[in-house]
Design a protein. Structure first.
Length: 566
């Protein structure tokens, strides 16, 4: 919109049910309960629509004493209100039918729009009209008008005082109208409104880039299946740079519940910090400051095949494939998805992940041009390609870089070693603390990734290198697995929730145990929900040999055991 071309300014003020107000509005995740709006005709410099009051009935929030004082409402009045979707539809009808176009919204500060309206409507699945994605911040407009103001501006009252206006007997919305009229009367033009991004856009970064530390956050406690789009939705209302969500992976290549996020400015980063312990579903999310170096460690790439794959495509969605046959080709993947969900760029839209020696890892990334195609593709999760079922996950540009770099940098192991390297018994935990889990009845082809997928939400509590697959005396999978968790409580919950759940067509037994019990079972004892049962001949049992899981992928010779893959 060009300078001075808005015929009307729609003044909006909102109040939430919680205690937070002013600079902290929206920081307590409380729902909106009251919206005031009015219209200033910029041509005539008059209030063309007097203040209108809309009472919103929240889904969950209780009305605080502070909210009652600010709005003059009580629980009964709020209970008689309409849901926010109905209120916004009513506002939309009033604006489109009774207000001359073009118009733009005006709010006091950033909080009402960025921290209240956009986050709440996003969480409730409500689509906002286009005019909610541009607005004037009255405080910023006042600073443009009176750049030499001797004191900071923290409220409408501060602006009114500087302008010599008496607003003691009017509500906030009326006070904003008076300030706007005074600014217009003094020659100020409302131009260049603030914008809210419609959606998050994927992108790539080079490790050599310079990133401002003041724009970076670390996010913790994310559900393990969270995508970059999920994280962007958590921060809805705040502008994230292109490719600015980098989901972190653990050493096993699984998401670890953390992400680094780059915002468009320090102001947006600071507003994001106020969302500390806000929720995604039932989980609260922790938010902390981080550095540009932290971000590039996760999101940064080099001039390699993965970077070219991401840079040369305009595709909207990346899907990660896991468990591919090592002989799979691009044609196999195209046939797997079929014509209903075409791959963007055909064969150029497929990136096979390989070790530095060119050996396949069983992973690939695939590009899709639209969300609709991606959803059809993801619906093929655990369908078979050849004799193997394929896992499909929504992915990110940062994940592509991390997975690619990890496998390319993995130290090569000779395929015919002269001896089997063995790790000391201390590599496995000891003690009576029951922070471990035993899984029994696994499919013999089960991998670490299968175990993590089976654990679901509890996968984030698995220690790094904490999955140990047990081999029998012939060097073949025994169907048993031990998992080290971060706490006994995590182990207990995982055992309770996952016991007798299915992996493929097999149900899995899951028991909480300690390091001592783990080693006891490896010596021939038994473990069930009632505890341990002594081995039939403890002195005849052989101690397990501990082998790195990656090493076992390369060893093709006959082994005697039992073995525990670490």
């Amino acid at each position: 919109m060009m300078a001075g071309s808005y015929s009307n300014l729609v003044v909006v003020s909102c109040t939430t049910a919680g205690q937070a107000a002013g600079e902290l509005l929206g920081s307590d995740e409380s729902e909106i309960v009251h919206i005031l709006w009015s219209v200033v005709d910029t041509t005539a410099n008059t209030v063309s629509v007097p203040v209108q009051s809309l009472v919103v009935k929240p889904d969950h929030s209780e009305l605080s004493d502070e909210a009652k004082s600010r709005t003059g409402l009580d629980e009964g009045a709020v209970a008689d209100g309409a849901p926010i979707q109905a209120v916004l539809e009513q506002l939309h009808q009033s604006l489109t039918n009774g207000v001359g176009a073009p118009f733009c919204l005006v709010v006091d500060g950033q909080q009402a729009m960025r921290q209240c309206l956009h986050p709440e409507t996003c969480k409730k699945g409500i689509s906002l009209p286009d005019y909610f994605y541009a607005f004037f911040d009255l405080r910023r407009e006042f600073r443009k008008f009176q750049s030499t103001s001797p004191a900071p501006i923290g409220s409408v009252g501060d602006m009114a005082q500087h302008l010599g206006l008496d607003v003691t007997a009017v509500d906030e919305c009326q006070a904003m109208c008076l300030v706007i009229q005074r600014l217009i009367g003094s020659g100020h033009k409302f131009t260049d409104p603030e914008t809210v991004d419609y959606k998050y856009e994927p992108g790539t970064y080079q490790k050599s880039e310079l990133i401002d530390d003041d724009t970076i956050l670390r996010v913790r406690g994310l559900p393990w299946q969270s995508s970059d789009q999920d994280i962007a939705r958590f921060f809805r209302g705040l502008n994230i740079t292109k490719g600015g969500v980098a989901v972190c992976l653990n050493p096993q290549g699984r998401r670890n519940g953390e992400a680094l996020v780059r915002f468009a400015s320090k102001e947006h980063r600071d507003l994001a910090l106020l969302r500390h312990k806000h929720h995604i579903g039932q989980r609260y999310i922790e938010v902390y400051k981080a550095t540009g170096e932290d971000f590039l460690k996760v999101a940064g790439g080099n001039a390699n095949e993965a970077t070219a794959f991401l840079r040369d495509s305009a595709a909207e969605v990346i899907v990660r494939m896991r468990g591919l046959p090592y002989t799979a080709t691009a044609a196999d993947i195209l046939n797997f998805f079929g014509q209903s969900c075409p791959v963007a760029g055909v064969e150029k839209g497929i990136l096979f992940v390989r070790y530095a020696n060119g050996r396949s890892t069983g992973d690939a990334f695939v590009l899709f041009e639209t969300e609709a195609h991606a959803q059809l593709a993801l619906a093929k999760h655990k369908e078979s390609l050849g004799k193997r079922y394929i896992e499909l996950f929504r992915s990110t540009a940062a994940e592509v870089q991390q997975v690619w770099n990890r496998y390319q940098q993995f130290p090569l192991i000779p395929t015919t070693p002269t001896m089997i390297p063995m790790l000391p018994q201390q590599a496995i935990t000891c003690g009576s603390i029951r922070d471990c889990v035993r899984m029994r009845g696994l499919p013999y082809q089960a991998t670490h990734d299968d175990v993590l997928a089976f654990l679901g939400e509890f996968a984030v509590y698995v220690r790094d290198h904490g999955i140990h697959m047990v081999l029998n005396s012939s060097g073949k999978p025994s169907g048993d697995c031990f998992i080290q968790m971060y706490s006994p409580e995590a182990a207990r919950q995982a055992a309770e929730k996952c016991h007798r759940q299915y992996m493929g067509d097999r149900y899995i037994e899951v028991f909480q145990c300690s390091g001592d019990e783990m080693n006891f079972v490896l010596m021939g004892g038994q473990l069930n929900k009632n505890g341990i049962v002594s081995p039939p001949n403890v002195y005849a049992a052989e101690a397990p040999v501990l082998l790195d899981a990656q090493m076992c992928d390369y060893l093709g010779q006959q082994m005697t055991g039992p073995f525990l893959i670490i």
